[in-house]
Write a protein that binds this ligand. Sequence first.
Ligand code: PLP
Length: 395
Amino acid sequence: MPEKFVYADNAATTRVSQSVLDAMLPYFGEEYGNPSSLHSKGREASAALGDARARIAKLLGAKESEIYFTASGSEADNWAAKGAAYANRDRGRHIVSTKIEHHAVLNSLKALEREGFEVTLVDVDQGGRVSPEAVANAVREDTVLVSVMTANNEVGTIEPIAEISAAVKQKNRKTLIFTDAVQAAGTLRLDVRELGVDMLSLSGHKLHAPKGVGALYIRNGIRVSNLIDGGGQERSRRGGTENLPYIIGLAKALEDAVAGIDENARVSAMRDRLIDGILDKIPYTRLNGAREQRLPGNVNISFDYIEGESLLLWLDMNGICASTGSACSSASLEASHVLLALGVPVESAHGSLRLSLGRDNTDDDVDYILRVLPGIVERLRAMSPLYEKVNGSKI
Ligand SMILES: *Cc1c(COP(=O)(O)O)cnc(C)c1O
């Protein structure tokens, strides 16, 4: 048994918080009505659904009629990208996005390409930042959609969405702007009017609500096609009986996140101590992503002469949960598209480690990682013939 357990993979998913669980429980029990039913049980459920929608709308600076619930962040991303493309194809068939989007967006765009849409993916700088000028330059007369994530899930870069929106609208005011805010929503304050976006996606499980619930903000008055046909749910925009317990959980989680925004300072301090500690203690390492404009909990570091998978296994044996941008951890067998887009060499991408901290982490967790990690890296490098060559002698 490892001496300690440290969950440092909050960018992959978070633990459902006690307050969210408490808020959800009645809706698995006594409050089991279908919001579409006309009787009292249904009306109670419908009122709770409306209340959750109104609370989420308020937190995002949106109107209640602009929030739609989905079964995941991926569904919300698919809906925004495909729905906006389909509904506006008479205006044009060109879409602009970035090389570092989540696969829910990138693969939606690939699907659209197969249907005759043209996609331009703009480059990012070494820190993962998307330039508003580069996006605006890529926008044309026939550009129907721009999709740029609010913050990146692998390297934590926070994108200048308000500036991007302004630059895009100046170039073509008809172009719709979508931002995947799934990774940002747990920590950044989000206001759709300030961001200037037409659509924004969220996911419950990245902010201490359950997996399998998401939301899409769709600004009133824009054209977006439906993807899921069914009954009249979600104002006839998305069929399927609403997952009321999870939706209640999502509303509570977003409220908690906004109320706990002060926690960011503590989490950022842990992040910086972890980054500095690793770079100080371990040679041949580099930070991936930017120092500034970085999500509070994101640490992404490459260790030369090491495979990310081996590192993960050893960390796991020591009770530390993390993730890597290396190949074998992904189904595609390719190194992280995000790290490659930042210009990280393939070998370094294979030796990358993402530690993502959250509000459940403590200073003890950071101390423990800093105590355990150098020894693991040293042991793995001792087995690497390449490292032996570079370092001259065995360790
Ligand atoms: C996790 C994630 C998604 C997908 O959300 P799911 O609810 O897991 O489908 C989309 N975009 C980003 C940036 C994410 O981090």
